[in-house]
Design a protein around this ligand. Structure first.
Ligand SMILES: N[C@@H](CCC(=O)N[C@@H](CS)C(=O)NCC(=O)O)C(=O)O
Length: 239
């Protein structure tokens, strides 16, 4: 799809997935959809992308995924997948160039365990954003998040690796990244000053071509978050 503008209720349904492509239903500011975009970019997978207006979803999108969630993936055969880790694992398996998951069952299990732990860190983006909206005191939330950062920092220090599963980027790094990009937007990235290994990881991630291709600036995130707070998210912000 040439346009990045989102499809909304009443938008005409797209045609079938083009031959040799795979289709991602996304939203430009969704951290979970960004995981899928990162994997597509890192692996150089030919795809087409349709952004969805999440408040007024097209009827045909709800027919494909009644949960109405992005990311959603549609294959050339009309198969539909959702849930970001499932989509990303599927892409890694179907497109074997530049594997992001380890080959061994134990390696895969380790990545899943790390992701499970990280699923307790990711929600802090929303918690902090909501607290900021209410002008609430952030002290406790920041202390809790700092504790999580310390654990991640210790993990990197113990492993002595540049990334969370070796010296090159693997799936787990891409699963974590979108939330760190947004931690900066909600003003808590200064917590990294006390976690030097995690800070180095953050800086290395910023240099990755897929991360560069799929990121928004802090200012753009902040502007989008502001529209979301006003209950009228501008999914096309900046286009
Ligand atoms: N567990 C899902 C979460 C996806 C998710 O929450 N996506 C949000 C956008 S960031 C969404 O589609 N919201 C639409 C809705 O809840 O109706 C995943 O990992 O893919």
């Amino acid at each position: 799809m040439a346009t990045e503008k989102c499809f909304t209720r009443g938008s005409a349904a797209p045609g079938p997935v083009p031959k040799g492509h795979i289709r991602l239903f996304s939203m430009r500011f969704c951290p979970f959809a960004q995981r899928a975009r990162l994997v597509l970019a890192a692996k150089g997978i030919k795809h087409d992308k349709i952004n969805i207006h999440l408040k007024e979803q097209p009827e045909w999108f709800l027919e494909k995924n009644p949960l109405g969630l992005v990311p959603t993936l549609e294959t050339e055969a009309g198969e539909v997948l959702y849930e970001s880790p499932i989509i990303c694992d599927y892409l890694d398996e179907v497109y074997p160039e530049k594997k992001l998951l380890p080959a061994s069952p134990f390696g895969k299990a380790q990545q899943r365990m790390m992701l499970e732990h990280f699923s307790k860190v990711a929600p802090y983006f929303y918690k902090i954003a909501m607290a900021k909206k209410k002008n609430a005191d952030l002290t406790d939330l920041k202390a809790e998040l700092k504790e999580k950062f310390v654990k991640l920092d210790e993990d990197l220090a113990k492993k002595k690796t540049k990334f969370f599963f070796g010296d090159s980027i693997t799936m787990i790094d891409y699963m974590m990244w979108p939330f760190f990009e947004r931690f900066e937007a909600v003003g808590v990235l200064c917590l990294l000053d006390d976690t030097p290994e995690l800070k180095k990881w953050f800086n290395r991630m910023q240099e990755d071509p897929a991360v560069k291709a799929c990121s928004h600036s802090t200012e753009t995130h902040q502007a989008f978050i502001k529209t979301a707070f006003n209950d009228s998210p501008d999914y096309d912000y900046g286009l």
